[in-house]
Write a protein that binds this ligand. Structure first.
Ligand SMILES: *[C@@H]1O[C@H](CO)[C@@H](O)[C@H](O)[C@H]1NC(C)=O
Ligand SMILES: *[C@@H]1O[C@H](CO)[C@@H](O)[C@H](O)[C@H]1NC(C)=O
Ligand SMILES: *[C@@H]1O[C@H](CO)[C@@H](O)[C@H](O)[C@H]1NC(C)=O
Ligand SMILES: *[C@@H]1O[C@H](CO)[C@@H](O)[C@H](O)[C@H]1NC(C)=O
Length: 300
């Protein structure tokens, strides 16, 4: 029986970025695009997160939804689910190629062939195809993650002396200078996607929403509770990316983060028993399962 293929966004929410310098911004060309992470920019009102659900009827879930994201994950409320299977990546080829873009709001990596990578396992009922890898980041280290873990920022990256190899391909001087401005893009070849994941990890999953308008409540979040390493130089290059097109005033893209939303009645499930401190993520169920051609260097 053929499974559905749904799209999947892998979101990396990085702790980092620059204090937002106030700068003029060109008004969005279309209503559909009329939202921002910061309310008003030099006196021009652009709806920030608190207004997203009020300015456009199609986005009203942003204001009234009861299953919104991101959230602060309180690990003492996570129910340990020993039956959650490991996450599984199915690769069409050893490596993926694609386009790295500055959308003005995020840095995104779009794989060249949308059929190249599928993901399943964990809480996912169907096979999902990788749609994009999207980066959120802060103006300072320690901020920039949308999801929080016990009220702390960024469970997903930490500043270190070494870099996660996948992020190292995305974020280096050569690539980031080619996407300085909104609309810029550059083609990257032969990335090894499984290198993005930690060797072993546990995750927390819950039902939530997109974290930007229209805030549809159709997302199964899988939040990996293990940090990836990035260098302070990589964070610095990200903070130098502009939200605006070339020849417009520079305004850092950083702090492209929606504030946390109430959990309401939702449950959180996890692959680790957080109530038993000292439990380690070891064993096959804490490793990413990879099908298809073997990577040049086996992960883990
Ligand atoms: C991904 O899933 C689709 C639909 O099930 C399938 O056609 C495609 O071959 C899969 N790709 C890989 C790499 O497994
Ligand atoms: C997590 O939840 C527990 C129990 O509901 C509560 O006592 C604790 O203060 C919460 N911790 C945080 C960091 O919110
Ligand atoms: C990340 O950096 C820390 C500290 O610099 C180091 O101990 C750790 O081994 C690094 N992790 C990986 C996966 O390289
Ligand atoms: C990075 O390496 C330098 C020199 O080896 C060391 O002094 C510094 O503490 C290291 N920083 C981190 C975050 O590991």
């Amino acid at each position: 029986m053929a499974g559905f293929t749904c799209s999947l966004l892998v979101l990396l929410q990085m702790g980092t970025a620059v204090g937002h310098a106030a700068a003029p911004v060109s008004l969005a060309k279309s209503y559909e695009d009329w939202w921002a992470y910061k309310e008003s920019i030099q006196g021009i009102f652009v709806p920030g997160p608190a207004f997203w659900g009020l300015v456009n009827a199609a986005w009203n879930l942003c204001a009234v939804g009861k299953r919104q994201s991101p959230i602060d994950i309180n690990t003492s409320q996570v129910v340990f689910d020993p039956f959650l299977p490991p996450l599984r990546l199915s690769l069409g080829s050893k490596t993926v190629s694609g386009t790295l873009c500055n959308t003005g709001r995020h840095v995104v990596f779009l794989p060249e062939s949308q059929r190249a990578v599928n993901m399943s396992g964990g809480p996912l009922l169907y096979t999902h195809r990788l749609e994009e890898v999207r980066l959120h980041f802060g103006g300072e280290d320690g901020a920039g993650s949308e999801h929080l873990l016990n009220k702390h920022g960024s469970p997903s990256v930490q500043v270190a002396n070494n870099s996660n190899p996948f992020l190292g391909r995305l974020l280096n001087r050569e690539t980031t200078t080619r996407i300085s401005f909104k609309g810029d893009s550059t083609f990257l070849q032969d990335l090894v996607l499984e290198q993005l994941f930690p060797d072993t990890f546990s995750f927390v999953t819950y039902q939530g929403s997109m974290t930007a308008p229209p805030c549809y409540e159709t997302v199964t979040w899988i939040v990996i509770d293990q940090a990836l390493n990035v260098t302070s130089m990589q964070m610095h290059s990200l903070r130098l990316l502009s939200q605006h097109r070339a020849l417009h005033v520079f305004q850092s893209m950083s702090d492209n983060v929606r504030p946390v939303q109430p959990l309401f009645q939702r449950g959180l499930r996890g692959t680790l028993d957080y109530r038993r401190p000292g439990r380690r993520c070891t064993g096959a169920r804490y490793r990413l399962q990879v099908d298809g051609p073997k990577p040049p260097k086996a992960s883990g």
